[in-house]
Write a protein that binds this ligand. Structure first.
Ligand code: FES
Ligand SMILES: [Fe+2]
Length: 396
């Protein structure tokens, strides 16, 4: 896919690095350019963890921007990611979000594909063009890389290999979220539609957590020491110690807050991979948030939760209880996010700028050294976005 914008949408960016024009959340005309320059551009996107499709023939459907894709585990136990479109006239082959099939049949004219993506059957092929050859009609795949069992794809031929793209400050903590060695077991999803532009969803920060989320106060939950690492290409990684008070009276049964802290599971890590994937490990919860923009308005987030293959039954039960009660759209420590996302969406219809303050030392400089809970950590990501979109920054 071409890297040249197919859309001329433009916007003047303010001179100050801590200001973001609110119209960036509202203008539908930016979406085609975001698809072309970001989602189909030089970024890697996670699609599936191997534990989500553990058996031969298991598949998972997802989207890359507006392009439907699906991952499937072949007879040879390899995971491949294909465009979810028949090579005849383009009908999607998979409609369920998860399933198992030994073959993928297109309903329109019954072309049949193997889990390895080969075209193995097509009715009436003697009447096709003289040089028709099934071999030329395999399902198109993507440039794919795997890290700790997580499979990423990109449409770019030029983006750096995955580990270089993520950087050590990002992939090392990510390996710990993924159990240290990727030997995870999938528990299940919570799926939610947030009523906002995709960029508002991923503009979340560490500043808000103890202020917005009432459970932090209710549980007398203090954040411990920690760091926030940011990169020029928009990734961000927070890590902190967790201090769970022993005298929690607000809950009848406080055992959901037990922190068993297995070797691969210490502290709290939250990571945001550009453009919009979040990974987290709070206490004993291991979580990937796959996110799918639904055009310029609305975003669907699939919270996927995991245990580790070495967990005993008690640890599995504990992780399930903790995951379903604490995180996600109805989680004790995150439920207010949905409401704020839709309030930001409404409020951003007003003119002017969204202004970042916490941690900003110089409005005219981009800072890559940021404190643990500074919202200035979001600014390198905005700068990366601005550059990818080709928006000119005003003179100071
Ligand atoms: S579109 Fe799939 S068989 Fe015709
Ligand atoms: Fe939050």
């Amino acid at each position: 896919m071409s890297q040249i914008p197919n859309n001329s949408a433009t916007l003047e960016w303010p001179a100050k690095y801590n200001e973001v024009p609110k119209e960036v959340f509202e203008r539908a005309d930016l979406w085609p350019k975001e698809l072309e320059n970001i989602f189909y551009g030089a970024e890697w996107h996670p699609i599936v963890h191997q534990s989500e499709i553990p058996n031969i023939g298991d598949y998972k459907a997802a989207d890359l921007g507006e392009i439907p894709v699906f991952a499937v585990r072949g007879e040879d136990n390899k995971i491949r990611i294909f465009q979810n479109a028949c090579t005849h006239r383009g009908t999607t082959l998979v409609t369920e979000s998860l399933g198992n099939k030994t073959e993928f049949e297109c309903p329109y004219h019954r072309w049949l594909f193997s889990p390895e993506g080969e075209l193995v059957g097509c009715p009436n092929s003697r009447e096709f063009t003289p040089d028709f050859d099934k071999k030329n009609f395999s399902l198109p795949t993507f440039r794919t890389e795997e890290f700790c069992g997580l499979y990423f794809i990109t449409m770019s031929e030029t983006v750096a290999p995955l580990k270089e793209y993520l950087g050590e400050n990002f992939y090392e903590p990510l390996s710990r979220i993924l159990g240290g060695d990727g030997r995870l077991k999938f528990i299940g999803y919570q799926k939610v539609h947030y009523d906002c532009n995709w960029k508002a969803y991923c503009d979340n920060d560490g500043y808000h957590a103890p202020l917005l989320h009432l459970a932090f106060k209710m549980l007398n939950w203090q954040g411990g020491k920690g760091v926030q690492n940011v990169s020029e290409n928009g990734h961000l990684s927070f890590e902190s110690e967790l201090k769970i008070p022993d005298d929690i009276t607000a809950l009848k049964d406080a055992s959901i807050l037990d922190f068993k802290g297995t070797e691969t599971s210490t502290g709290s890590i939250v990571q945001m991979q550009f453009p919009l994937t979040v990974y987290s490990k709070h206490m004993d919860m291991l979580n990937i948030r796959y996110a799918f923009p639904k055009g310029p308005k609305g975003i669907e987030v699939h919270y996927a939760y995991f245990t580790h293959e070495d967990d005993d039954d008690e640890m599995i039960a504990h992780r399930i209880r903790q995951s379903s009660n604490l995180l996600g759209p109805s989680g004790l420590i995150s439920m207010e996010d949905a409401s704020v996302f839709s309030r930001i969406d409404k409020g951003n219809k007003t003119p002017g700028m969204a202004i970042f303050q916490k941690g900003v030392k110089d409005e005219y400089q981009l800072e890559l050294q940021v404190g643990q809970n500074d919202e200035s950590g979001n600014l390198p990501r905005w700068e990366h976005y601005r550059k990818l979109m080709g928006f000119k920054r005003a003179e100071a």
